[in-house]
Design a protein around this ligand. Structure first.
Ligand code: 6PG
Length: 233
């Protein structure tokens, strides 16, 4: 695991942009299709905006989500809507993007379709970009959530989650998430976060053993996939 610490968010965004561009260009030279799984949250927004203007092999790239709230894409809380408005613009406007939300009334009912759709993506994923909440969640692997156990232990790609309502989840407790095994079936994990509160949560999550109380710990404490951590205040 590599930790890259920056003085401010702009420096962090620029550095991650350069590193991702390099990984993507390299992958594009080697193969015809690559997959990048994306997180929501305010931290990656400037990165996505910058990437959207970059001359990358967008026609080879298949984007997907790390997690989603079970709301329509037009809803302000939708991660798909967020990716549409931040990344799928400019040079990246036509990039193929697999969303998670489908027509089913609940995430549980939509799970089979979501698993089928995600099984069509190039796997292992080339890049999986994770964020982290102040509660130690990543993707929609929330501590104490209904469905967490299954999401941590299943071999399926996706899992339905009902989180405990908190300041972090807001009203949006009904979720779809990539599972632990799906996230670990990546060539590269990136953890992007900012703020001193998150730095201390991250330090707690490094303390052994990994715990369901801080789901991010399962990705920090593993040797299966190289993970680069980007942090700024
Ligand atoms: C959610 C949150 C969450 C978010 C992280 C990081 O799904 O309820 O939006 O998953 O990605 O908490 O968010 P920030 O980048 O905004 O700090």
């Amino acid at each position: 695991m590599k930790e890259k610490l920056f003085d401010d968010r702009e420096a962090m965004t620029n550095s991650l942009f350069n590193d991702l561009s390099e990984i993507i260009e390299q992958a594009c030279r080697e193969k015809d299709r690559l997959s990048i799984m994306l997180s929501g949250g305010s931290t990656p927004r400037p990165l996505y905006q910058k990437l959207s203007q970059a001359n990358l092999c967008w026609n080879k790239i298949q984007l997907g989500l790390v997690d989603e709230r079970w709301v329509e894409t037009s809803h302000p809380a939708s991660n798909a809507g967020f990716i549409n408005s931040s990344l799928l613009q400019n040079k990246a406007a036509e990039t193929s993007f697999q969303t998670m939300k489908n027509n089913a009334a609940t995430a549980v009912e939509g799970l089979a379709v979501c698993n089928r759709e995600y099984a069509k993506l190039p796997c292992p994923f080339d890049i999986c970009l994770l964020g982290m909440g102040p509660d130690g969640h990543t993707a929609s692997l929330f501590p104490g959530a209904k469905g967490l156990e299954e999401a941590l232990n299943t071999d399926s790609l996706c899992a339905a989650i009902t989180a405990q309502q908190s300041e972090v989840t807001g009203d949006f407790v009904e979720r779809m998430t990539l599972t632990r095994s799906a996230i670990l079936n990546s060539r590269k994990l990136i953890l992007l976060m900012s703020g001193n509160d998150k730095w201390s949560v991250y330090q707690k999550a490094k303390a052994k053993p990994a715990t369901k109380q801080l789901p991010i710990s399962f990705f920090i404490q593993q040797n299966q996939v190289p993970m680069d951590v980007y942090w700024s205040p």
